[in-house]
Design a protein around this ligand. Structure first.
Ligand code: SF4
Length: 678
């Protein structure tokens, strides 16, 4: 029961399942968090808060939380000692000066966005510092959605219809590689559409929860989504189910696409994808015939493949081919980093001030090489377990071990800081810092509700102090703590919102965006139209048309895929281990393996097993299941050591990674493995 000293404040869940995010109410007393609950008045989530969001209350008062800066004299030892902020920052600045700015790098992970996802004010302030100081920084979208965005961007269908439009208008929803564990808040909109009579079809490499709740699902072989989409295109064009008027008015390259897909029949795709040809053809006809059909494309996992961007590109040809853009209930629905028509923010990055330098391109393989070869010698990591998130992670491990200085800023220790950091700085939680979050449709004030615990300081405070100590002139030309936030919000697309205006409106402001993508049929391509044929892809050394690249012959028999479960969020909070309720639900890595593959290896459900290939070995327990087909094994991502198994080869040439403002410089996360009982 509440008493007079308790107060309940509006905030949002710090875990940021994008694109939807969830509102939260935090009840505090003095400087303590008592409880969290869903915010029924949040227009995006309407009171929803999942198990991960509820676990966020365990961040505060957590005995493992970092509360003071700490240092150690020798990596590998556990002899950490507490130091003052002045001592820590003095040592960091010395380290940066010793190697020089071009050998210093900033890496910001998802944890750095706990209170400003969608607006990214605090992250952009850190990147502004990196630009003006002149050190290395790389766009973390390469870890996540960048490669999928690249494929969609080549076609040009980048804007999204809102989830509210989906639930109100879509008659067919295709969840292509998207699942409820990644964006649980989207699930209720799918449920509402189903209740209205919409059909839901899910496509994945495993029988995900989305597949289970769909009316129909397809389980495809890993890395073959592009083949399935090309076969659908072949059926649609071959049977003249395409929208001639839309194609004539708003696209380029149709004839080239028509010729290109002639051979990509469902019969061609069937043995590649592991799906019957008749089912592919029937699905293509059903998609084409449903006037209001919307695709929810997966954010990251589907694009982790070396040619995963080709899947996004081929899939993104389906809406324009059938005239399903610029109308309610069509196009693409909410997806990672997908923006609706009319969204925009001001830019504070100050690229123009970046001094000339020997900068490492935003390409994961190039970063790995720079770290391995000593081109980068001081690494500042904010809110990330960096070594667990890169592909071919053993390379980043050996590189980090040889760094002159590694600094981590976070709430908890993690694999990266435990093994490689020399200095660890305690970060603030989402309740202890000022920020603004943005969804597709709304801005949300993230006011400071609690004073920082112990000696915790925000990223903003740390970056501002580094800028002062390193003499970065004019770095923060704004007043007050939130000047950079106001600067980013000061854009016509927000109605020139500000922290003050958000406070006045109760912390929530609707954005004047269109619920329908591309209502003006202007597409962000060189031609201004949808590009089935892309000259700029060809100029960057890539196929000009969407293509399926056959799977390479592998030395190991099982293809490993990773994804999300409802119990974890990447490697946040020490891989979730710091939060007891999440740890209880997911104590050990669990590998899904088919009954056939388990039987031939004498593996029973629950057995201790190991996965191995020529790069690494990883221990887990088996879940013998019919939810993965023979030849595919699946596990949730983020476990320390798991990415030692993955490939790490570049997916795109360097020139191609620079085609868009976000980074598509992801390496291949492909991994073929053998599994054996321990
Ligand atoms: S889905 Fe769960 S973890 Fe994700 S933002 Fe919402 S409450 Fe947080």
């Amino acid at each position: 029961m509440s008493n007079s000293t308790e107060r309940t404040e509006r905030t949002m869940c710090p875990m940021n399942c994008h694109p939807t995010l969830c509102g939260m109410r935090a009840t505090v007393e003095e400087n303590r968090l008592l409880r969290v609950e869903g915010d029924k008045k949040n227009p995006d989530s309407a009171g929803f808060l999942c198990v991960r969001g509820l676990a966020s209350r365990e961040i505060m008062d957590n005995p493992a939380r970092l509360l003071q800066p700490r240092m150690r004299d020798k990596r590998g030892s556990d002899d950490w000692y507490e130091v003052s902020w002045d001592q820590a920052l003095t040592r960091i600045v010395e380290g940066m000066n010793e190697v020089g700015r071009e050998q210093v790098a900033l890496w910001l992970g998802h944890g750095a966005l706990a209170n400003d996802f969608g607006v990214f004010a605090n992250m952009y302030l850190a990147l502004r510092f990196a630009n003006m100081y002149g050190c290395q920084w790389w766009d973390p979208s390469m870890i996540c959605w960048g490669l999928g965005g690249f494929g969609i961007g080549l076609t040009g269908a980048m804007e999204i219809n809102t989830k509210e439009d989906m639930s109100a208008h879509a008659d067919l929803i295709v969840q292509w590689g998207s699942n409820h564990a990644s964006q649980p808040n989207t699930a209720r909109h799918i449920a509402a559409a189903k209740k209205r009579g919409a059909k839901v079809v899910a496509i994945d490499v495993r029988v995900s929860d989305a597949c289970r709740s769909a009316h129909e699902h397809f389980v495809v072989r890993p890395g073959t989504d592009a083949a399935m989409a090309l076969a659908m295109i072949q059926v649609i064009i071959g049977e003249e189910l395409h929208d001639e008027e839309f194609v004539a008015n708003h696209t380029v390259g149709f004839e080239a696409l028509r010729n290109h897909v002639r051979a990509f029949t469902p019969e061609w795709a069937a043995p590649i994808c592991g799906v019957d040809a008749e089912r592919i053809a029937a699905f293509a006809r059903s998609y084409a015939a449903t006037e209001r059909a919307m695709i929810l494309i997966g954010g990251a996992s589907m694009h982790k493949d070396r040619n995963g961007w080709q899947a996004a590109r081929a899939i993104s040809c389906l809406p324009p081919l059938t005239g399903k853009l610029g109308k309610p209930g069509t196009g693409f629905g909410a997806r990672h980093a997908g923006q609706p028509h009319g969204q925009g923010f001001a830019n504070i990055l100050n690229f123009a001030a970046r001094p000339p330098g020997d900068y490492v391109t935003t390409q994961m393989s190039a970063i790995l090489e720079a770290i391995e070869t000593g081109r980068v010698r001081t690494m500042l990591v904010f809110g990330s377990n960096m070594v667990s998130s890169f592909a071919d992670a053993s390379r980043i491990r050996s590189g980090m071990a040889n760094m002159d200085l590694v600094v981590g800023h976070d709430l908890f220790m993690n694999e990266t800081t435990r093994r490689y950091a020399d200095i660890v700085l305690p970060g603030t939680t989402w309740l202890e810092d000022l920020g603004v979050k943005g969804t597709a449709t709304h801005l949300y004030l993230m006011d400071r509700i609690l004073e920082p615990a112990g000696g915790a300081r925000s990223i903003t405070a740390v970056i501002k102090e580094l800028a002062v100590r390193l003499g970065v002139a004019d770095f923060y030309p704004w007043d007050g703590d939130g000047g950079h936030i106001d600067a980013i919000l000061d854009h016509p697309a927000t109605g020139h919102a500000s922290l003050a205006s958000l406070r006045e409106s109760g912390g929530i402001a609707a954005l004047p965006v269109s619920p329908v993508a591309h209502p003006d049929h202007r597409y962000a391509t060189p031609s201004g139209k949808i590009e089935f044929y892309s000259e700029r892809a060809a100029e960057a050394g890539l196929p000009a048309l969407p293509t399926y690249v056959p799977r390479a012959t592998a030395a190991f028999p099982l293809e490993l895929r990773m994804g999300r479960t409802i119990n974890h969020f990447h490697a946040f909070y020490d891989g979730g281990r710091a939060l007891p309720s999440l740890t209880r639900r997911d104590r050990r890595p669990t590998l899904w393996i088919s009954q056939e593959d388990a039987a031939t290896r004498n593996i029973a459900d629950g057995d201790a097993i190991s996965l191995h290939n020529d790069r690494a070995r990883f221990e887990a327990n088996a879940s013998v299941t019919d939810r993965v087909p023979q030849g595919t094994v699946w596990i949730h991502d983020g476990w320390p050591g798991l990415n030692d198994l993955t490939n790490g080869a570049p997916c795109l040439p360097d020139a191609a990674t620079r085609l868009f403002p976000f980074s598509a410089g992801q390496s291949s996360y492909d991994a073929y493995v053998e599994v054996s009982a321990e």
